[in-house]
Design a protein around this ligand. Sequence first.
Ligand code: F6R
Length: 368
Amino acid sequence: EKGGHEYFMLKEIDEQPTALADTLRGHFAGGRIVLDEQRLSDQDLRDVDKVFVVACGSAYHSGLVAKYAIEHWTRLPVEVELASEFRYRDPVLDRDTLVVAVSQSGETADTLEAVRHAREQKARVLAVCNTNGAQIPRESDAVLYTHAGPEIGVASTKAFLAQIAANYLVGLALAQARGTKYPDEVAREFHELSAMPDAVRRVLGTTAQVQALGRELSDAKAVLFLGRHVGYPVALEGALKLKELAYMHAEGFAAGELKHGPIALIEPGLPVVVVMPSPKGRAVLHSKLVSNISEIQARGARTIVIAEEGDDTVRPYADELIEVPAVPTLLQPLVSTVPLQVLAAEIARSRGYDVDKPRNLAKSVTVE
Ligand code: F6R
């Protein structure tokens, strides 16, 4: 049942190209993005003047990634909030607010309560969910299903990538309804998304290299993760995976924050994973990160760099270079997250831990 894999998580990492393809399938027809159920009309989408994404854990990170795309495509303000914080604040909501509730299980208590709160305030709620008929989609105005298939490993992998893809479909549907993107631009974005299953398949070719690195790092006391722009939530996700699977202290930072505190943590031998943006995309982001890496390397950190294939400028600063295919900037999280999943799983495995069932964690958190 694990299809020749030692753990479900490794099988699920390998299933990510299929999870993405299945999640995108059928959502572009007749030259338009189509969501699952048209319970939210085009008029409803046109009226939206603010978007909240509410979720927990990895699903929250998928929202942080989506914020960059949705704001860019729609020019709507997007706030991403932990469901457990959202519901105990007094968020400003009305009928023109779209709340996107992202949940693999569809049963997470805090996310469900956030949905209930949003609906009481008359906001429109769209669930992004991987489980047919779960409570969160049942209580939402509309649902967009991710088709990652059942995820057995407690740590989310394929559901996380599928959540990013689904959140992007929501963003494109909003851009289309609002006219902030021309139909041919929406079509082009969808086309680029559709190329991601192949890109992820190619990243899976780095698995053996990343596993060898994981074995080398199994005795590390801590690992830091740095990124900028969409690479920042990827850094947070990489750190979360390592904490939950390898029980290792791990933290993700926005690279721009380095000088505001975290650089004090850098000491000789400390592994620091850096998620590089494309050198061809935002050149300024790229050069800022190169200077961040040179600073941490100068202080003796062991730099592990996830960078685009052929990015030679970064090579001198990378003690270990993991190359991922060139993809458009907003889609980079779909490739750069994958080696971080493999890394966490392998560190956990070499420390003798159960990769599929980390201690103290449940697959679906139905208590608050
Ligand atoms: C991390 C992980 C959790 C979940 C979180 C939300 O690997 O799996 O952080 O992402 O518990 O779960 P769902 O998406 O079911 O609401």
